[in-house]
Every structure is written in structure tokens, then in C-alpha cells.
Design a protein around this ligand. Structure first.
Ligand SMILES: Nc1nc2c(ncn2[C@@H]2O[C@H](COP(=O)(O)OP(=O)(O)OP(=O)(O)O)[C@@H](O)[C@H]2O)c(=O)[nH]1
Ligand SMILES: [Mg+2]
Length: 465
């Protein structure tokens, strides 16, 4: 399904305009194609940045008519002579990374031009004219995986690192990219492999009555593996929270200032605020970074007997968001009765109007003046129990967690089988569960990865990654 025989091309920088834009080529023809796109005649020196001009072998008439870049200063002349060739596209810095020591493992050429979508698209289509194919989403990273440069967890870490919304997420993704999870799984897998090999030897020579592994020792060896999977899984909840973030719902009666508080915490006038009770009707969400923690804030419709069908739907959504939230901010303005539970913080808002009305244990804020907001932010982080989450978890991705859990369960079954009937059970029973555990680990790292799994994982990527 996936070929690495052709040469792929894509814009690697984000869409839009910028100082620099990068076009990336990867594949056997990358160097030859790049050479046709630049005016410099000498071959590109590996891993050296080369300043040159980009030219298009078949330039669309419209681009040529507008003139390449009339405003370019003559002092920018490359290779001695300023060619006002109508095929010239831009100046560029071109770097050639010969395989296998490149990002993808193939020959790679990176062309850094000015960050103009028109220029970059022209470079890409010129490369296609020279025989390259447009890259699919994540295809550069997929090639790195297929060429054995990185394993699947590291490829996934690239996407996580690019998507990271908080520094903590970015660090956890970077650790994974550096191979922390690869090593943890690799260690377990090596021990498992050794155990399986010894058991298989016993199975292969049953007549000798020779047991390579004594049941007690077998159970102890499995225990050691179980301890390692347990410690990975202990990290998992925290890991998921770091990766996926937490939900904090802001609820309360109409007009108490929920949307105003939401806007103050988000730092922009995201939600509509009016003095009409029942202003907010739908859920409004925004992701904020609270002391490194990714938090999705949810503003909700005020809770009351709804006056129409739209508001009724809004109120029902408010209730749902409370049910799924990790933490609820209950906003009040007077001493109304509150449901107190451990996932709820009471926030007494409009403190500028009624400073006296203090509820014990409540946060006192004014969305209008900003008073008490810093304390509320700290309170949210503390309530989310964030301190213990500040360490970088080894495992964050649900796919990995599910597979490690599966391996863990299989190991537990293998241990039980090893000890059953005082070790009288044939080794095959233990072996079957150990093999199940092993294939789960292989699926984490991608050593065993069906094409549809790969397609699913790389769909998440952007083009050019
Ligand atoms: N003085 C004062 N006014 C506030 C404060 N917070 C909000 N308000 C005002 O209270 C009114 C209602 O604010 P909203 O933020 O729309 O209230 P809400 O709880 O979202 O209301 P619904 O969406 O209708 O449930 C607006 O006129 C705000 O300007 C505050 O801390 N002090
Ligand atoms: Mg509102």
C-alpha cells in the first residue's frame, strides 16, 4: 500500500504568508529534481546550505507576466550575474540531506524560499512537472517510519509535538520523540522475548522431560514484567490528562457573570455578555493554558426553568457538561444554596457590588475589575491536582495505553497459568498469553502495524510533515 519508490513534494511550513516558506522533497529523485529547479550548476553539497535562485522549467504565463520580483535589489545577485530570466521564481537557500541520514531516510532536499504561497505553490508544481508526486498527509514522517528511522510511537510524537498546546504537552511529546517510551517498551519486550525463547525450548523437547524454566522462576520472571507494565499504566491517567487536557465547566443561575468570568479567564471577549438573563444558550468552549496545564473551559447556559425550546436545550447541555467535567465552577452572587462536592469550586462573583456577601470557602471574584482572578486560576490548578501532573508522564496516548493494558492483562493470565496446579499445566498455555502480550507491544512500536492502522495514524498529520 505504501511506496517509498517515488519522490514526494510538499510545502512544509504552515499555510499563509511568512518570512520563510519551506518546500520539502523526499525520494530517490529529490536531488535530481532540485537541481533542475535551481540555477546553480554545481551539485549540491550534502548538508550545506546553498544560496541560489529558483527557476521554473515550465512557468505559468501569469506568473512570468507579473515579473519575478522586480523589487529585488540588484545586490542580491546570485552566482555573479543578475539574470532577469522570466523563469526565475525567487531566491532560496537549498539544503541536500542524502539518505539514509535524513529525516525520512530517503534523499531529502529542503528549499527555503520567501514565505509566499504563490512562490511556494509554483515551486511545488515545478517539482511535480519534473516528476515528483504531491505528498499525502504525514507522508514524510510515514517514510521515516517505513525506512526504520523512527518507530511508530516516535512518529506519533511528531504529531503530538506539533499539536501541543502547553509546554508540558510539548515536553511529554518531545520525550516520546527522543524514544523514552520506545526504550521502556523495548526493555520489557526483550525480557519477554527471552522468556518466550526458553519456554519454546521446553515445548520443543518435551520427551527429554527437561524444563528450561521452573514454574516458580517463571512466575517471578512474569512478575518482574508485570511490575514494569504496572508502572507504565500508573502514569497513564496523568498522561492522558496532560495530552488531552481537562474540562472545566462554568455553571450557575442566569446573569451571575459566567460568560464574563469565562472571557476574563480566556483573555478575550469570546462569549457574548449582556445584562439580559438567559444570554448564553449554547456551550462555548475555549482551550487555555493554566500554569502549563491544558484546560478546556466551557461556558454554559444559566440554569433556570427555560422560557423557550432553545434555552431548554441549552440548559440540558449545561447539565451534560457538568456530568463530564473534571471540575465545575459554580458561580453565585448571593448566598444561594450550593451543591458542594469535591469536583466543584464555588465562585462568588460581582464582588465589586456586594463585597460583604462572602460564602465561606468560596472564591471571591469580580469579572468586571479582575479582582480575585489570579486566586481563582491558582485554585483551579490546585483543585485539578495539578502538582502531581507536572512530571512528564512516559505514556500519554490512548492507543499505547490500551495496548499496554492488553499486554498487562495477558501477562497476568500467563502468571496464573504458570502457577496453576502447582505448575502442572503444559507450557503452551503460558506461552500463548506471553505471545499475546508480545504482539501488543509490537503494535505499540509499530513493528507489527497493519496498513489501516498506519493510515489512521498518519491522517492526523498535516501535509508536509
Ligand atoms: N458589576 C459587575 N458586573 C458584572 C460582573 N460580572 C458580570 N457582570 C455583569 O453581569 C451581567 C451578566 O453577565 P454575563 O456574563 O452575561 O452573565 P451569565 O452568567 O453568563 O448570564 P447568562 O448567560 O444569561 O446565564 C452583564 O451585564 C455583566 O456585565 C462583575 O463581576 N461585576
Ligand atoms: Mg452567559
Amino acid at each position: 500500500m505504501f511506496s517509498t519508490q517515488d519522490t514526494i513534494v510538499a510545502i512544509a511550513t504552515p499555510p499563509g504568508r511568512g518570512g520563510i516558506g519551506v518546500v520539502r522533497l523526499s525520494g530517490p529523485e529529490a536531488h535530481a529534481i532540485a537541481q533542475r529547479l535551481i540555477t546553480r550548476r554545481t551539485p549540491l553539497h550534502p548538508r550545506h546550505a546553498t544560496f541560489t535562485r529558483l527557476r521554473s522549467p515550465e512557468l505559468p504565463a501569469s506568473f512570468g507576466a507579473a515579473g519575478p520580483s522586480p523589487e529585488l535589489p540588484a545586490s542580491f545577485g546570485v552566482a555573479g550575474r543578475l539574470e532577469r530570466d522570466s523563469n526565475t521564481i525567487d531566491h532560496a537557500v537549498v539544503t541536500y540531506f542524502p539518505g539514509p541520514a535524513s529525516y525520512t531516510g530517503d534523499d531529502v532536499v529542503e528549499i527555503s524560499a520567501h514565505g509566499s504561497p504563490v512562490v511556494l505553490r509554483t515551486v511545488v508544481s515545478a517539482a511535480v512537472d519534473c516528476g515528483a508526486r504531491l505528498a499525502e498527509r504525514g507522508e514524510f514522517t510515514l517514510r521515516a517510519f517505513l525506512n526504520g528511522r523512527i518507530d511508530l510511537t516516535q512518529a506519533e510524537a511528531v504529531a503530538d509535538l506539533i499539536d501541543a498546546a502547553t509546554p508540558l504537552q510539548a515536553r511529554a511529546a518531545f520525550d516520546q520523540l527522543e524514544g523514552t517510551l520506545t526504550r521502556a517498551i523495548g526493555d520489557i519486550d526483550a525480557a519477554l522475548f527471552d522468556l518466550i525463547a526458553r519456554l519454546e525450548a521446553s515445548v520443543d523437547f518435551p520427551d527429554e522431560g527437561y524444563h528450561f524454566v521452573e514454574p516458580g522462576a517463571l512466575a517471578r520472571a512474569i512478575d518482574a514484567l508485570l511490575a514494569r507494565t504496572s508502572s507504565l499504566l500508573a502514569d497513564a491517567r496523568r498522561g492522558r490528562l496532560v495530552r488531552e487536557g481537562l474540562q472545566v465547566a462554568i455553571v450557575g443561575r442566569p446573569n451571575v457573570g459566567k460568560s464574563s468570568l469565562f472571557n476574563a479567564l480566556v483573555g478575550s471577549a469570546r462569549a457574548i455578555v449582556t445584562d439580559v438573563p438567559g444570554t448564553t444558550r449554547d456551550l462555548v468552549t475555549e482551550v487555555v493554558d493554566l500554569e502549563g496545564l491544558r484546560v478546556t473551559l466551557v461556558d454554559t447556559a444559566g440554569l433556570r426553568d427555560a422560557t423557550d425550546a432553545i434555552e431548554a436545550e441549552g440548559v440540558s447541555r449545561s447539565r451534560q457538561s457538568v456530568a463530564v467535567a473534571d471540575l465545575v465552577l459554580q458561580v453565585v452572587v448571593d448566598d444561594e444554596p450550593q451543591n458542594i462536592d469535591n469536583k466543584r469550586l464555588v465562585v462568588h462573583n460581582k464582588s465589586d457590588l456586594s463585597p460583604a456577601a462572602q460564602t465561606t470557602g468560596a472564591f471571591c471574584t469580580s469579572a468586571k475589575t479582575g479582582a480575585g482572578l489570579a486566586e481563582l486560576r491558582r485554585g483551579i490548578v490546585a483543585a485539578l491536582d495539578a502538582d502531581e501532573r507536572r512530571d512528564r508522564p512516559e505514556i500519554t496516548n490512548v492507543r499505547h495505553i490500551t495496548l499496554v493494558q492488553l499486554a498487562h492483562d495477558a501477562l497476568a493470565r500467563a502468571r496464573a497459568a504458570a502457577l496453576a496446579d502447582g505448575g502442572a499445566l503444559p507450557e503452551e498455555f503460558v506461552l500463548a498469553d506471553l505471545q499475546t502480550a508480545r504482539s501488543a507491544f509490537e503494535e505499540v512500536t509499530g513493528r507489527r502495524a497493519p496498513d489501516d492502522l498506519l493510515a489512521h495514524i498518519f491522517e492526523r498529520f498535516c501535509i508536509g510533515k
